[in-house]
Ligand binder design. Structure first.
Ligand code: PRX
Length: 573
């Protein structure tokens, strides 16, 4: 009795979407979202490709994730089981989280942050990081999370591009037993110039070792919220209000600020939690992504909370203190749904071959009922290992194809409905009109490889590239394809017999290393920024562990006899 009850139910949903597209989405929006003001139009295509969904409607995303669940009697239900790098576990209930988010939201207001302002979040995996995102949503500020592994330069570029007025960070980040001073990196980024709009840096004390604080600008999160009320009236925003901007690599040098909406984005986060993950009240959901990536936005901060689920949030890395950490955590917290990346699986296969103690068979994984994969193609060998050793041949694997730009899953098996095929993400979700076309946008027959597109707008799609609508149009709705098809940037083929999709990799200059997108031009420009380098060219090479590896060809301005330059240049990135 999965949420989508079987192949017939799936087909009926697809048909309903085809017959009455707006009616299909209207029904789902009415069932899932709590509106402050009802919308007047489902889909506004008058300014295509700048589509608008649920226009006239008003809501607050944080109220839909927290207040709604508390009002529905889930206040004492555990929202987050947080496990720190060192193994310390903290449970946070829906009421606790609402209070925490409200305090931070009030703290932001006390600093003068208001609706429409942009706030950068450069934080470790933490309850505070999630709460900071939700607090922005609560006051209508647009957040832009920057992955804690990014350099000062990358951080500065994003702060400047998005025009942030405040930055959240932590004194330190702790991963794999090692500490990294995050606040120092923020200071370095702000000192690079162009960040004058940043009025405050809010510092979460992760280790308590503290950081250098600049008077008037920097404040500890603990001090900011100490005097704040735990009640904060949510700021009601328009359906299309930008909930967040998340930067991702494109095929040209500058990263793209992918802008997402409030209502449409949240709707799809909820629907995919239900359809793809078949989420039920007693599930313990675990998505291993970082909040710095889209997977962490949709399947940690928003989706699981909006559907009132209990989820595990993990601070550390899969290999610390040993490569059995994931399996041990599934056993400890009785996870029922586990969602991770092929790279993690491949590295854990290797580790478990070398040491039986960290093999999944050494743990009790019987709580699991569903497995997921995301971010890159999963090779059939890794799929089979995951299916047999982690899922004990009883858990379906949802191989979810999607992108930062799509906001949520697009093509994926549905548990209990779709016949699984290792290496294929199978069929598009109901309402998602995915297709394979040639280079002028013409439909290709099944069995013939081509360009993956989506033919109709969907609620959680990218709205624009922050500050660059022209680039948005050119990148995603190119004239070459007729200007109406969403170009995913991947090659794909559909199976002749069952219409299943297989993703064949990027068709542009974007590499996918361990599920992380990197533009070759972006890496090339960082290389030539090094004073030793005259010219650089970057290509991808297949890699057993990371899927793809980066190979850089570099022309030096002058070679030193010690032969150490390659290492130094690589380290400088
Ligand atoms: O090439 C596809 C690959 O990852 C790209 C999107 O990367 P990003 O925006 O960072 O989002 C990653 C998390 C959703 C896609 O264009 N990709 C993602 N999922 C899959 C995949 N390739 C094959 N199979 C997947 N399941």
């Amino acid at each position: 009795n999965a949420t989508v009850g079987g192949m017939d139910a799936y087909r009926a949903m697809c048909k309903a979407a085809e017959q009455d597209y707006e009616g299909f989405w209207a029904r789902l929006a009415d069932e899932n979202l709590s509106w402050s003001k009802p919308y007047s139009k489902v889909l506004d295509e008058s300014n295509a490709p700048f589509y608008k969904w649920f226009t006239g409607g008003e809501l607050n995303v944080s109220a839909n994730c927290l207040d709604k669940n508390v009002a529905n009697g889930l206040g004492s239900k555990t929202a987050i089981v947080f496990e720190a790098d060192d193994g310390k576990v903290t449970n946070v209930s829906y009421s606790d989280l609402l209070a925490k988010v409200s305090r931070i939201a009030n703290g932001l207001k006390s600093l003068g942050v208001k609706k429409g302002d942009r706030v950068v979040i450069y934080m470790p995996m933490s309850v505070e990081g999630i709460a900071a995102m939700q607090a922005c949503a609560r006051i209508g500020a647009t957040h832009s999370v920057v992955f804690g592994g990014f350099s000062a330069k990358s951080l500065q570029e994003r702060i400047v591009d998005v025009g942030a007025c405040a930055v959240f960070t932590a004194d330190q980040q702790v991963r794999g037993g090692k500490q990294l001073p995050l606040k120092n990196i923020v200071d370095e980024a702000l000192a690079m110039g162009g960040c004058e709009a940043v009025k405050n840096v809010i510092v979460y004390k992760r280790t308590g070792q503290g950081a250098e604080m600049q008077a008037g600008r920097d404040v500890y999160l603990e001090d900011l919220v100490a005097k704040q009320s735990d009640q904060c009236e949510p700021t009601i925003v328009d359906s299309e209000h930008p909930l967040f901007v998340l930067y991702t690599s494109g095929s040209t040098g500058k990263p793209k600020g992918v802008q997402h909406s409030s209502a449409g984005y949240l709707l799809w986060a909820m629907l995919t939690m239900k359809w793809t993950f078949d989420i039920k009240p007693n599930d313990v959901f675990w998505c291993t992504a970082d909040i710095g990536w889209i997977t962490g936005h949709t399947y940690i901060t928003y989706g699981p909370l909006a559907v009132g689920a209990t989820q595990i949030v993990f601070e550390g890395v899969p290999t610390y203190p040993n490569a059995g950490r994931f399996w041990e955590m599934i056993q400890r917290h009785k996870a029922t749904i586990f969602y991770t990346a092929p790279t993690a699986i491949r590295s854990l296969i290797k580790a478990s071959e070398a040491d039986e103690k960290v093999h999944p068979k050494s743990y009790d994984l019987s709580s699991l009922r569903l497995l997921g994969s995301v971010g890159e193609p999963i090779n059939p060998e890794a799929w089979m290992w995951y299916y047999k050793n982690v899922g004990h041949e009883k858990c379906p694997i949802v191989d979810t194809f999607w992108q930062t730009e799509t906001g949520g899953h697009m093509i994926t098996p549905l548990p209990g409905a779709t016949t699984l095929v290792p290496g294929s993400c199978t069929l598009p979700l109901p309402g998602i009109m995915a297709a394979v076309v040639d280079e002028v946008g013409g439909d290709l027959p099944d069995g013939q490889g081509g360009i993956l597109v989506v033919k109709r707008p969907w609620p959680s799609m990218i709205r624009t590239i922050w500050g660059d609508p022209e680039r948005f149009k050119k990148s995603y709705f190119p004239e070459e394809l007729g200007g109406k098809l969403y170009l995913a940037g991947d090659g794909a083929v559909r199976d002749k017999d069952n219409g299943n999709f297989t993703i064949m990799g990027r068709i542009d200059d974007v590499l996918n290393v361990s599920g992380h997108r990197m533009g070759t031009m972006e890496i090339e420009s960082s290389l030539v920024a090094n004073e030793m380098v005259a010219e650089a060219a970057v290509v991808g090479r297949p890699d057993d562990l990371t899927g793809e590896a980066i190979v850089a060809y570099v022309v030096l301005k002058g070679a030193r006899p010690d032969g150490e330059q390659a290492k130094e240049i690589a380290n400088s990135l």
